[in-house]
Design a protein around this ligand. Structure first.
Ligand code: FAD
Length: 498
């Protein structure tokens, strides 16, 4: 161990004993994960304060998450989803690996694929996503240290704390959507703000819209999105990590999408929440940046370098599922050989292929960061186009499924002997039983017309930030642009002057 590493470990141990910290667990399995959420957090749903570990609306998703954590500790996958911590000797999640080599990146992405495949691409904020933001925070610590040396130490220690305890995180970047024509200077309650600071920490007031996975997460990481980081008043510039059972923090969940057992919402409703900080105290050790808008601007991209890549791994798998569904639908009603349908399926296959090729290329483009890690190349082009691919994928499934997306027998119909003849005659498919066809079409309906699928599509459109901003940022920073313009000029010069 180097002197630097030794100092860091000593500092971590000291800080961990200062803070109300959970015991170091290493990577969770399902049971330890569920137990860890029974901490008295203030979760609100439909106007009632609830306990996520027992409230019926949260149980299906809790079981899904528990299954994912069991997978990471299973004898078959543990070696591809965890690694041995040099700090504790415990197995810890590979999502938290701070990659320093191409081999590290390969191991990380294999782990991400296990998370994504285990959740069938239907949980957008599997814990793997935010763990990778924390890796970004760790990587950015030296820049934070230029603002205040304690911020760098805090970021490093927080990374170790999250890694060693396998914390699941949510994040809150945006201001509440109250009146976008005003700034927090004009209406102070629009932005989360530091209202008090002393030697022990800061007190924050305000809200963040929105935080996916919040009721199932351990901590929230607060930082600022490009829409919010240029603050006129430095009190609005603050990055911190907070436990979700922090006194004064309310988690206001949207209406649950939990439904009948045969719907996707009953298994994969990851929830989205408004986080309300009512004079919540954040200890100094969990504060990563204050006041400095310039560093917040630089930090946004830096923090998201690994998470945006792993988000695209998930998106790729989701597109593959959409292609599979579209193709099976087409076959089940005998339209797959029609030219127009084949062209739509080919279009969807092209999206799957483009994302796959881009993921490979972005890994090839990995670069060393100033702190000595190896980060994947930029996902900006994919981030700009993913929402459009997603919209088209849903439209294609709707176009192929047509009225079948709503006209399917219910479970009760399938059980009725009296209806059986009619169902077999009129509601089956081409070489497909009525049971198989209706299951397939109900899945498609969940994905492209029901609220679960509509929310997923909304997520694909907005989760990387406002797509208008994302696209214009790509244009404004496009490295190949001068060469593109030079090529255009060369061609223009071939033309005779008028
Ligand atoms: C399902 C889902 C899950 C999400 N999960 C998370 C999460 O876990 N954590 C998190 O931090 N965020 C999350 N987000 C939020 C996401 O980052 C935001 O949706 C996104 O940044 C856009 O902000 P907004 O939704 O407040 O839209 P708004 O900013 O209110 O925009 C509304 C409309 O006004 C336009 N508009 C707004 N401002 C301007 C302007 N100045 N000039 C011109 N037009 C403007 C926009 O283009 C848009 O058309 C999630 C979003 C969704 C949909």
């Amino acid at each position: 161990m180097t002197t630097h590493e030794g100092e860091s470990v000593a500092r971590t141990a000291a800080l961990a004993s200062d803070l109300p910290s959970r015991p170091r667990l290493g990577a969770h399995d399902g049971a330890t994960f569920v137990d860890s959420l029974a901490d008295g957090r203030e979760v609100w749903v439909e106007g009632k304060r609830v306990d996520v570990t027992t409230h019926p609306d949260f149980q299906p998703m809790l079981r899904t998450l528990a299954g994912l954590y069991d997978r990471q500790r299973s004898p078959e996958l543990a070696h591809e989803m965890t690694f041995k911590s040099d700090l504790s000797g415990n197995p810890v999640s590979l999502s938290y690996l701070a990659s320093a080599s191409p081999e590290d990146l390969d191991r990380k992405w294999l782990n991400s694929r296990h998370w994504v495949e285990g959740s069938h691409g239907q949980i957008s904020r599997i814990p793997d996503f935010m763990a990778n933001v924390v890796v970004g925070l760790f990587d950015f610590r030296h820049a934070l240290g230029e603002v205040d040396s304690t911020f760098a130490a805090n970021a490093e220690n927080y990374y170790l704390h999250c890694r060693e305890n396998d914390l699941a995180l949510t994040h809150g970047l945006g201001d509440p959507q109250v009146d976008r024509s005003l700034t927090p200077m004009q209406r102070p309650e629009l932005g989360l703000k530091v209202v008090h600071r002393d030697d022990a920490g800061i007190v924050v007031r305000g809200a963040k819209q929105i935080a996916t996975l919040a009721p199932y997460a351990h901590d929230v990481l607060i930082y600022l999105s490009p829409a919010n980081y240029l603050r006129e008043d430095p009190a609005y510039v603050c990055w911190f990590g907070a436990r979700l059972d922090t006194p004064g923090l309310k988690i206001l969940c949207r209406r649950s999408y939990n439904g009948p057992a045969n719907t996707l919402g009953s298994r994969f409703d990851e929830q989205d929440a408004m986080l309300v900080f009512d004079d919540a105290f954040i200890p100094n050790e969990r504060v990563f940046l204050l006041d400095d808008a310039g560093t917040a601007v630089k930090g946004f991209r830096a923090l998201n370098r690994w998470s945006l890549y792993t988000g695209q791994i998930r998106f790729h798998h989701r597109l593959r599922v959409m292609l599979g569904v579209a193709s099976l639908l087409a076959k089940s009603i005998g339209v797959d050989k029609f030219r127009e349908v084949g062209a739509m399926l080919g279009e969807l296959a092209s999206y799957v292929s483009v994302v796959d090729l881009a993921l490979k290329a972005i890994t090839q483009d990995a670069t060393a960061t100033p702190s000595g890690l190896l980060a994947p190349g930029s996902t900006a082009a994919l981030d700009s186009i993913a929402g459009q691919f997603s919209e088209r994928a849903s439209a294609i499934v709707r176009q192929i499924g047509a009225s079948g997306l709503i006209m399917q027998p219910a479970e009760g119909d399938l059980e009725s002997q009296e209806l059986r003849r009619a169902l077999d005659l009129y509601m089956g498919g081409r070489e497909t039983s009525v049971e198989d066809k209706s299951r397939l079409f109900r899945l498609a309906g969940d994905l492209v017309i029901d609220r679960f699928g509509m929310r997923q599509e909304l997520y694909e459109a907005w989760n990387r930030g406002d797509p208008v901003r994302v696209r214009s940022a790509l244009y404004n920073t496009f490295a190949d642009l001068p060469a593109c313009e030079a090529a255009a000029r060369t061609l223009a010069d071939l033309l005779e002057h008028p």
